[in-house]
Every structure is written in C-alpha cells, then in structure tokens.
Design a protein around this ligand. Structure first.
Ligand code: NAP
Length: 331
C-alpha cells in the first residue's frame, strides 16, 4: 500500500502530541477530491483543534490538523469531473492539510487564481475575506473614520490594517510587542500602541483628540474586551470576531450601550462570505494578485517542525501567518 507523511494526533494536548507518521494515502470517495498538498497556512484554529479547545467541533481521532491549505488536485472520486485533476486549489472546509495528501469535498474547493502562487494561496483567502467582511459588511466602515485593530500583527490583523487604509480610514493598531507594532506599521497603520502596557487607552484617546474611534475590530475577546468601551466614539461600532485572548467576553450591561451611544456585534465569515465569482471575490483577489494588499507570509517551516511553530503561535511570538511547506516543488 502506498504511504505518505502525515502529522497524526491520537489525543488532544500540547504541541508534542503531533507526531509525524507514515500512513496510507487516502482514496477520494464519492464527491471528493484528493490534493497533493503544497503549503498550509497555520491558522489558530489548528492549534485550538489540536489542544481540544474547539467545543463546537467534534474531532475524530486519529486527527490530522491543517484547515487552510493549497495544492494541486491529483485524484477525484466518483461523481467528480475528471478535469479537476491538475487544478491549483485552496481547501478551507476540511482539516487534513498537515500531510502529503488531503481529501476535501470537491464542491467546496476554491480555484486558485493564475496570478497567485501556491504559498500565498494557502494564506490570503481566510485572512483577507475575514478582514474585508468585518470592516465593510459588519462594521460598515466609512471613509474618514478611525479604526482600532486588536492583534494587528496577526494574519487577519495585517489584512484589516490594509483594507481599512484602502477604504480611506485612519488606522490605529494594537499589538503585544514593539516588533509587532513595527510590523503592523509596515503595512500602513497610522499609529500603533502596545496593549500590554497600561497606557494604551490614554494613547488611543490622545491619538483621536479625546473623541475615541469609530470602529473597533477585536479578534481576542476575553476579559479585556470591555476596555474597548473606554475608547469608542459616540455611535461607534465594536465587532468581536475571535476569542484568541481567552474565551467569550463578559456580558455587557445594556445601560452601558445607551449611556455611551455605541453598538457591539459579532461576525462569523462562513455566514456572510461573498461567494466565488462575486464582485467582492474579484475585488479581493485583484487586490492580492496585484500586490496592492500584501499577504503576511510569516515563518515557514517543513512538516516535521510543526510542533515548534504551534508553540511559537501559542507564545504569541509569530507575526503574520506561520506556514508549513509540505511540497515546494509544486507550482
Ligand atoms: N470571525 C471569523 O469569521 C474569523 C475568521 C478567521 C479568523 N478569526 C479569528 O480571528 C483571530 C485572529 O486570527 P489570525 O488568523 O489573525 O491569527 P494569528 O495570525 O495567529 O494572530 C493571532 C494574534 O492573536 C494574538 N493573541 C492574543 N492572545 C493570544 C493567545 N493566547 N495565543 C496566541 N495569540 C494570541 C496575538 O497578537 P498579540 O500578542 O499582539 O495580541 C497574535 O498575533 C482568531 O481568533 C481567529 O479564530 C475569525
């Protein structure tokens, strides 16, 4: 039986539970395609799944992480057109990318634009689509407004910075170290503050002449979320799009909203995502393919070094998107 390399997890736990093993190459079933994997964008959701903290997902073991990855279709199951074979694609609907081959429902694969390379293809889609929809669809950002972005040196954060700037906003970045602030600034942030320091609220107020910001995008949630209420301008909009910083925010007393005249919302991309071929899809792909928005390709390691990359993600040491290079010969 032909075998392949795969990262296999037998039970949830720390990065060391990820073991590189030889396993059978999977065969695509009805409606499925098999990818020769090129690159994996190492998403926090992979780390949450590995650690067993994704309460809403039933992980079946043995488990191979790797949600967002790129590759070339090398086989298809019954009912799938054979002309899919050889196409460069993005897979974002099924785990399994930490391996030489992965399986996905063929109808969920996204065709990779000819102008975009496979490495960028493993990274750009989730981060840029999340950022665009958070700013434009959820927060309804207007030109001339001021936006505050948490974790602005992360993959979604960097795309938020660039897409907000492109929309004519002033961007204030928050991140957890000077290196991250410099990184976010290199993507166009107008001001950047370290929110591990107590001074950040005063810094944001000073930067907005005491008025506060019009829009806040918070990927972290957790107990620090209510600090946003101290820097939101009247009629401002705060959007929660992630809980990397420690679970859901505490309940908000209703009176705070009316007494300070702001609103709070949330967004999950899969519920609001513009479909392939839509004007939004074309706008985002053109901006990425032309280089107008730079995709934050971060530290890139081979499959066997994935545990160290997970550890660095959890230590908040990464900037942009960490990447696994599975087969760099694919083009
Ligand atoms: N709503 C949606 O549809 C949607 C879609 C995609 C992603 N997301 C969410 O958006 C968030 C950011 O995603 P991403 O892909 O940009 O992630 P990322 O590139 O890995 O960046 C995550 C950032 O989170 C910060 N962070 C705060 N607490 C952390 C912790 N305990 N461990 C690790 N990092 C921590 C770090 O920045 P600092 O140290 O500077 O704070 C880090 O740079 C995630 O929560 C993700 O689940 C939501």
């Amino acid at each position: 039986m032909a075998t392949m390399r795969a990262i296999v997890i037998d039970a949830a736990g720390p990065p060391s539970v990820m073991q590189l093993k030889q396993v059978p190459i999977p065969e695509p079933k009805e409606g499925q395609a098999r990818l020769k994997v090129a690159y994996v964008g190492m998403n926090p959701v992979d780390a949450f799944a590995r650690a067993g903290t994704l309460g809403f997902l039933n992980i079946a073991y043995p488990f191979t992480p790797g949600l967002e990855h790129s590759g070339v279709v090398d086989a298809v199951g019954p009912g799938v057109p054979k002309d899919l074979i050889g196409r460069r694609v993005i897979s974002r609907s099924s785990f399994g990318g930490y391996a030489d081959y992965s399986i996905a429902p063929a109808e969920k694969l996204l065709m990779l634009d000819d102008r975009i390379d496979l490495k960028t293809g493993a990274v750009y889609r989730g981060a840029s689509f999340t950022a665009w929809h958070a700013l434009h669809r959820a927060a309804r950002l207007q030109a001339g407004e001021t936006v505050l972005i948490h974790s602005a040196a992360g993959a979604v954060g960097v795309m938020l910075v660039q897409i907000a700037k492109d929309a004519g906003a002033t961007v204030i970045a928050l991140a957890g170290s000077q290196a991250k602030l410099d990184y976010a600034t290199s993507f166009g942030a107008d001001a950047a503050f370290d929110y591990t320091k107590d001074t950040w609220i005063a810094d944001v107020k000073a930067a907005t002449h005491g008025r506060g910001v019009d829009v806040i995008i918070d990927c972290n949630g957790g107990p620090n979320f209510p600090k946003n209420f101290e820097v939101i301008a009247p009629l401002g909009r705060i959007f929660s799009i992630g809980v990397t910083g420690g679970g859901q925010p505490p309940p908000i007393p209703f009176g705070v909203l009316s007494s300070k005249s702001f609103s709070v919302g949330g967004m999950t991309l899969t519920q609001v995502e513009s479909p392939p071929g839509s004007d939004v899809d074309k706008t985002i792909i053109d901006a990425v393919a032309s280089g107008r928005w730079r995709v934050p390709l971060g530290e890139t390691v081979p499959l066997e070094a994935v545990a160290a990359l997970h550890a660095r993600l959890e230590a908040r040491a990464l900037m942009g998107r960490g990447i696994l290079a599975v087969d760099t010969t694919l083009t």
